[in-house]
Design a protein. Structure first.
Length: 427
């Protein structure tokens, strides 16, 4: 690419970035994790269209410091290689003058980008990086930037952020606010938290189909160097139609009639996870080999369930609520290096066990409705059994409408409304 064309692309990108309607921005909790004064690269990773660029833009603009910006997820820059990055930097200086903050959007598209970033860090540049693939952390960064980056994991909007976007105060205790939060939760469980679905008049099925196609093509097929995206799409579409589900690669390969199963299926699922289309939690066990063998898969956002077809009120509400609670637990705990498991032992089940090392921090059970005494007994006992087995003094049962407290086998189980639990990290 010649200098004149590069200048035009970078100028276009900056104009687009600064021209976004900032009145539509929702403050994200992850903003507090970004430190532009750090000598480490700030690496924001997460599923495509979760708001990574907007989050970084907000952090840069709030700092008031001059900055350079490049979005590598641009077909006009597709031919760039690692050796071209210094020319990009020189062009940014020519366009913007001096700056000490560099924002590199979707930089994983460029080979050996990490060497470039590492050099800039040594020279005192403050670097902000986004990416849509967990491989950023598992290999590229770990190889060349050990101890020189801070990772920030971003999910689509939380329920509290969804409320803020709608102008609903998550902390207001009035009857009106409680009703508005419940209405917002009903919508959130059906449409999820992808920001663009909230800000525009978009068709959810079309949006989700395009999003999944982009992820499969750009973040998976190109990395696997496969000629066709079709077999990956088959696996993705099937899993998104049945999640939450415990993964059995062999059975899934047989069902979908894929070649070289189960290894092929396992590879595809691993890449779906790396691209943040799916998240996985392991079964709680004191034996490591049992954890790895029984992973449970969830979509990163309920908008992806059923291929993006927006659910009717009440449809699959239990699975949707379970997914929302898991993603909220990951949002609250992953940056602290805590782990989330599910519990299943001797016919007793609990949805989530949160651990920090060998310490159990919380047991969380999810049930949309405690519709009968038998359901109530099953959910309470499952939560209490998991708490006792994992060494947790109490448990929480998250529901749509019920509240209360019970004691089962000496374990206190608090019953809380989802609309309250999702807005109050201490619950």
């Amino acid at each position: 690419m010649n200098r004149e064309d590069l200048e035009q692309v970078l100028a276009d990108q900056r104009k687009e970035l600064l021209g976004r309607d900032r009145s539509m921005f929702v403050r994200r909790a992850e903003e507090e994790q970004i430190n532009l004064n750090s000598p480490h690269a700030q690496v924001v990773i997460g599923v495509r269209r979760s708001g990574k660029s907007t989050l970084c833009q907000a952090a840069v603009l709030q700092s008031g410091r001059p900055f350079g910006y490049v979005n590598f997820d641009d077909e006009r820059l597709a031919s760039l290689r690692g050796e071209d990055l210094n020319a990009v930097l020189e062009t940014l200086y020519a366009l913007n003058g001096d700056f000490d903050v560099l924002f590199l959007d979707e930089v994983q598209n460029i080979p050996e980008w990490n060497l470039f970033v590492n050099r800039l860090l040594r020279q005192g540049m403050h670097v902000l990086v986004t990416g849509s693939n967990a491989k950023l952390l598992s290999s590229e960064l770990a190889t060349h930037m050990v101890g020189r980056y801070d990772a920030v994991e971003l999910f689509p909007l939380s329920f509290a952020e969804f409320c803020a976007f709608r102008g609903v105060d998550p902390a207001d205790k009035t009857t009106l606010a409680a009703g508005l939060r419940q209405r917002a939760l009903d919508d959130y469980l059906r449409q999820g938290g992808f920001p663009e679905l909230l800000t525009g008049d978009l068709s959810a099925p079309k949006y989700v189909s395009t999003l999944v196609s982009d992820i499969l093509e750009r973040d998976i097929r190109q990395r696997l160097r496969q000629r066709s995206v079709r077999p990956i799409r088959i696996v993705a579409d099937y899993l998104l139609s049945v999640v939450p589900t415990v993964l059995n690669s062999s059975a899934l390969g047989d069902r979908l009639e894929l070649d070289r199963a189960p290894n092929t299926v396992k590879t595809y699922v691993d890449h779906l996870r790396r691209a943040y289309l799916l998240v996985a939690i392991q079964k709680w066990s004191r034996k490591e080999h049992l954890r790895i063998r029984n992973e449970k898969l969830y979509p990163v956002d309920v908008a992806l369930m059923g291929g993006g077809r927006q659910a009717s009120p009440g449809e699959n509400v239990g699975w949707r609520l379970e997914t929302v609670v898991l993603i909220e637990l990951l949002r609250r705990h992953h940056h602290l290096k805590d782990e989330v498991f599910y519990y299943q032992e001797n016919r007793s089940e609990a949805d989530f066990v949160v651990c920090r090392g060998n310490e159990t921090l919380a047991v969380v059970q999810v049930s949309a409705h405690l519709s009968t005494p038998a359901v109530r007994e099953r959910e309470l006992r499952g939560a209490a059994t998991a708490a006792k087995a994992t060494g947790c003094p109490e448990a929480t049962l998250v529901t749509l409408h019920e509240t209360g407290e019970d004691v089962v086998d000496g374990i206190r189980v608090r019953i809380v409304r989802a609309r309250d639990w999702l807005c109050a990290p201490t619950l």
